[in-house]
Write a protein that binds this ligand. Structure first.
Ligand SMILES: [Mg+2]
Ligand SMILES: [Zn+2]
Length: 206
């Protein structure tokens, strides 16, 4: 089984559209600084990189699923050209009603990916900018990271918070190197500031 980093799309990889609007054209797809570097780090650390995105704009008729998939294919190519490998892109095209099993905070997309790609959810992370992302990650049994402007406010229990994907990934990799698998401490500090506090007698996994 493999570990994965599940990434939300809007507000994580690309700039979010203004409130109530959606990214429906390639011209509106503006990648955030450091997103490619963050994905490269995840690749190198052995994570599958899986995008999981709510795209209610499909249900609202603002974009067809074909056009959305074409945009995702182009996004995949652009990152690949920068040496950043995205392993899969999942999206929920549904509206709030009727309820589906894939729209975050439901964990359906994470479960689907886990089955298709042989992912160990307990060894995986969900990284997003909204509480729905954190809730979906928790519901799937993943560790969670939330991107928050100032890195503090509005955190609803994510293990790691950071202002950008790249900084979140740095913290996650520090966190991973400090935590012995299967002994994760629920009371561990959320900041991941564990640079060189080597505790005695902990077996070192690499
Ligand atoms: Mg988002
Ligand atoms: Zn759905």
């Amino acid at each position: 089984m493999k570990k994965a980093a599940f990434l939300d799309r809007d507000g994580v990889l690309n700039r979010k559209a203004p409130e109530g609007q959606y990214v429906t054209r390639w011209e509106e797809m503006k990648f955030l600084p450091g997103a490619d570097a963050a994905i490269r780090l995840l690749n190198e650390a052995g994570f599958l990189v899986v995008v999981v995105s709510n795209q209610r704009c499909v249900a609202k008729g603002l974009i067809t699923s074909g056009d959305l998939e074409a945009m995702h294919a182009r996004m995949h190519r652009e990152f690949a050209a920068a040496g950043a490998r995205i392993d899969a892109i999942y999206y929920c095209p549904h509206d709030y009603e009727p309820p589906c099993s894939c729209r975050k905070p439901k964990p359906g997309m994470l479960f689907d990916a886990a089955q298709a790609l042989d992912i160990d959810l307990g060894a995986s992370w969900m990284i997003g900018d909204s509480t729905q992302d954190v809730e979906a990650g928790m519901a799937a049994g993943c560790s969670t990271a939330q991107l928050i402007e100032d890195g503090i406010s509005g955190n609803r229990g994510a293990r790691v918070t950071a202002p950008s994907l790249l900084e979140a990934v740095h913290k996650i990799l520090q966190f991973e190197s400090a935590v012995v698998p299967m002994q994760s401490d629920p009371a561990a500090p959320e900041t991941g500031s564990s640079t060189s506090s080597s505790t005695s007698g902990r077996p070192k996994k690499s």
